[in-house]
Structure formats: C-alpha cells, structure tokens
Ligand binder design. Structure first.
Ligand code: FAD
Length: 480
C-alpha cells in the first residue's frame, strides 16, 4: 500500500515547511518533507528576510483585527502574535544572530510603519532579520533553517510535488500521493499531513479568477496554487483569496521574471496611460499597490494603470539604481546597474530631453504629461500636494533634463489566500469543522488579508509552522 512513511508528512520545503519540520522532530515525530522544486527554499529564500518583533501583543492584536477586516478570528490572531513574538528567540536557539533591520529611505515607503493611523500600529514593532555574511535577508534566514533541518537528519524529497491527499473515513488524512521520478509514490502520514506549498503567485489564471487582474510574481515560480487545489479537493473552506501583497515592478520581454522597483530619491511620480497621477507615490506602502492598480475605466473597461509609468529626471537617475535585483527570483539571473545607464542603453528606461518627447516614447499624450509634470513641480514650490496629499518633504521637483520613464506593472511579493485554518493551524472544512489530521502554515491560507503591513508573512511562516509541526506531532498514530 505505502511506498514511504513517517509520522508527519509535509508538502512544501520553504520557511513554513522547514519550521514545521524542525518543530515536529523536536516534539519527537519522524518527518518526510516533499518539495516540488529540485532544491528547497521557496519564496522564503528570495525574500527580504524581515520579520516583525511584535513588541506589544494586545496592540498588535487590535491592529491586525482592523487590518483583517473581520475575516480572521481574534483567537487565530492572538495565537499567531504570541508565537511570532518568540521568533527571534527561536532563531537564536537555532544558532542565528538576530538583529534589528536598519531603516533605509527608499520609495515607496515600505520600511516605515505601514497604516500608521490605525489603532495599535505601534504594537507590531520594528523589523528584525537574521544577520549573515551580508547576503540578502531571505538567503540568510534560509541558510539557518536548512542547516537545522540537515542537523536533524530530516528526510527531504526534492522534485516530488504532492498531487493528492489520501483520506480515510473517520480517520482523516492518512497520506499523500507525490510524483517522484515520474511515478506516483504513496507516502503514509501516521499522525498528520501539513501543507506548506506557498501561494499562487505564478498562476495567472488564478489571478484573473480570484484577484480580478493579473500580476507578475517576484518569488518562487513553483508557487502555482497546488496546496489550494489539494485542500479544496477534500472539502477545505478557502479564505483571503483576494488578498495579496503587491508592489510595482518592471517586466521586460528579454527576462522571464519581473524586477522590483525601488527609487532612491523622492524625485519621481507615477502616471497612468492618460498621463495623470493617481496615488500618493511616497506615502503608499509598497505592499498595497494592488489597490490603486485595480482601477478599471467603466466606459472602456480598460485598466488604465496596468501598465503605468514612473517618471523621473537626471537628479534621480544619478542617486542610484531605480530597481532592486539583490533579492527575488530575478537575482539569479540579472543585476541592475548602479547608475541605471545599462538599462537606458537597453531601451528599458526611455529617455528624452523634454517631457513632451518622453511622453511620445511611452505613447502618452505629450500635452497631458507636460501638464501633469508642470502641476507637480508647482506643488513642489508651494509644498502642498492638493490632489493626492503627498508629504511635503517628499515633494522633490522633476526639473533637470534629460527625463526618464519606465513601464511598470503590479508585482506580487505573495498571495494570502488558501485553506482556512484555526488557531491550532488545523485546516477547516466548508462546514467549519477541522479536517482530521490536516494542518497548514505559511502563505498558503495566510491569516493576513488585503491590508498587509510588511514583514508579517515570514513571521507567520515560522510561527504557524511551529504551531502546525508541534500539533501534528502530538496526534495519535493511525493504525491503518
Ligand atoms: C522579493 C520578495 C521579498 C519578500 N520579502 C519579505 C519580507 O522581508 N518579509 C516577509 O515577511 N515576507 C516577505 N516576502 C513574502 C515571504 O517571502 C513569503 O510569504 C514566505 O516566504 C512564504 O513562506 P512559505 O513557506 O509559506 O512559502 P515558500 O517559501 O514559497 O515555500 C513553499 C514551497 O512549497 C513548494 N511547493 C509548491 N507546490 C508544491 C507541491 N505540490 N508539493 C510540494 N511542494 C510544493 C514550493 O516549491 C516552495 O518551495 C517576500 C517575498 C518576495 C517574493
């Protein structure tokens, strides 16, 4: 009947899968981890690697309750916050040095406190990360997790996607079918299965269906919603399917992956296809760009902000790279030039000596872009953005030629949707009952919804991973 077996079987070897595996083994269980890719790490290793400190539990809970807009129960939030505040201590026990993430000033504002006017915003505290040899944060975090998995001799089966959950009446989930070397392998889970397959950043059909528009993914291309289909097939309820953390990025035909945007100076604006500004560019959190990009012109049904354009001048170009290729999937294959000139020469950054000519290069009406830039520069002189309320200290004029424009697209850090889970990390069915012996963790069915403050998903991957691993290990062994 069974090709392989362990007490706990985990599908997905990213941050959540690794945390669940470590916790389950430390609780006395044997574990097999199935991973779709040839190597582990998922989006976790491509991430910025920052987590929240959750310095005040009650305030964090209030803040998250508002952000989740009634979709996530307070018991689920409190269980998460309590465990997530232990992340730094747990990582230290695994041998990591945990440091406070230094603040930096890039735009849009993702590093500063997101949603600062929501009660409790101070409670989630500063960002922390694993200190390492100077690599991107996610790589440092992943190195610690992978080393600890290795030290515990946990069996990892790479290139082995889980394709089906096996269920026995009364008993619950008894195992998983995975494809290993081209054949179906039945993997028995004596105690429980944990799904940690990540989100659906790289399934554009699912984007259209659940998100109403498409995005480019910035992380692991194997995150195509497998865990959502696996859990749905046996009756799991879904939640947060329309929640994402999305920023702006660039996508050029020569490269298969998108590049995250970061601007080193406040001297820039965003314009839509009509040449008009549409958002407070420097005050909108970098994870919140799903909101302004979801606009549809009701007369034409055109999404006039997909793509949109970032416009800047020579002063801003000279301040440094307007893209971040130090992490994200793109870091495997491309490094942006520090002065942006390689990308100007490639034609990725359009340039012209005046704003009218620049508009023509991006198919925007010259008079409209000229009017927008002139109006913006006037507001810089007055120190007041009457249209969009941009902070006065970020009103930096766009006035020194040549001028530059780049087409920009909404890009995903991650999706939040997936099977609904309770405070014990059990997956819940459509009637509200836990599916026996089935758990989940990480961004597959995240407790975060649409209003996401940054650095919360890794906190969740580790904290809920540990909750799932510990509870799965404590299940009674099935006799089948
Ligand atoms: C560029 C970037 C920067 C980010 N920065 C931050 C940050 O600073 N802080 C923060 O909190 N969050 C950040 N995030 C988001 C965060 O990285 C993810 O939400 C988090 O890593 C999710 O962890 P996970 O374990 O749930 O998923 P993942 O780490 O993606 O792991 C899922 C794993 O499951 C595997 N898998 C998929 N399908 C199957 C299957 N059928 N069978 C077996 N395995 C399967 C995948 O290949 C993958 O290895 C960032 C994301 C990106 C892309």
């Amino acid at each position: 009947m069974w090709d392989l077996e362990a007490d706990v079987v985990i599908a997905g070897y990213g941050g959540a899968g690794a945390a669940a595996a470590i916790a389950a083994v430390d609780a006395g269980a044997t574990v097999i981890v199935l991973e779709k890719n040839p190597v582990g790490g998922g989006s976790t290793k491509y991430s910025g690697g920052t987590m929240r400190a959750f310095t005040d539990a009650a305030m964090s809970g209030d803040f998250m309750e508002t952000l989740c807009d009634g979709t996530t129960g307070r018991d689920v939030i409190d269980a998460f916050v309590g465990e997530a505040s232990r992340n730094p201590e747990w990582l230290s026990q695994l041998g990591a040095t945990v440091i406070q993430q230094p603040t930096y000033s890039t735009y849009p504002v993702s590093e500063l406190k997101a949603f600062p006017s929501i009660p409790g915003a101070d409670g989630i505290g500063h960002r922390v990360r694993v200190k390492g040899a100077g690599g991107p944060g996610g790589m440092e975090l992943w190195a610690v997790l992978a080393r600890n998995v290795e030290q515990r001799n946990i069996e990892i089966r790479c290139s082995s996607p889980a394709t089906e959950l096996l269920v026995e009446k009364e008993v619950g989930v008894t195992g998983v079918v995975a494809v290993c070397e081209g054949r179906d392998v039945r993997v028995r889970a004596r105690r429980a299965v944990i799904l940690t397959c990540g989100g659906y950043e790289f399934d554009q059909d699912m984007h259209r269906n659940y998100l109403g528009q498409t995005y480019y993914g910035l992380g692991n291309p194997a995150n195509t919603g497998d865990g959502i289909r696996l859990a749905s097939a046996i009756g799991a309820d879904l939640w947060h399917m329309n929640g994402v953390a999305a920023t702006f990025g660039y996508k050029f035909p020569e490269l298969p992956y998108a590049i995250k945007q970061v601007i080193p100076s406040a001297g820039f604006i965003y314009v839509d296809q009509g040449g008009a500004r549409f958002v407070d560019e420097t005050g909108t959190d970098a994870h919140f760009m799903w909101s302004p990009t979801s606009y549809v012109d009701s007369r034409t049904l055109v999404r006039t902000r997909i793509p949109a354009y970032v416009i800047f001048d020579e002063d801003t170009r000279l301040r440094g790279a307007v893209a971040q290729t130090g992490y994200g999937k793109i870091s495997d294959i491309y490094q942006w030039s520090p002065d942006n000139m390689a990308e100007v020469r490639k034609g990725w950054i359009k340039t012209a000596d005046n704003v009218g000519d620049l508009a023509a290069r991006i198919n925007v009406r010259p008079d409209q872009l000229q009017a927008t830039v002139a109006q913006y520069n006037l507001q810089c002189v007055g120190g007041y953005d009457s249209a969009l309320g941009r902070s006065p200290h970020t009103l930096v004029p766009i006035a020194r030629p040549p001028y530059y424009a780049i087409e920009m697209w909404p890009c995903l850090f991650n999706t939040q949707g997936g099977p609904r889970r309770n405070a014990r990390a059990q997956i819940i069915d459509v009637k509200g009952t836990p599916i026996k012996r089935l758990y989940s963790a990480g961004e597959l069915g995240s407790l975060w919804h649409r209003n996401y403050p940054g650095a919360g998903n890794l906190s969740e991957a580790l904290a809920v991973g540990r909750i799932a691993g510990t509870n799965a290990a404590a299940e009674q062994s099935a006799s089948n």
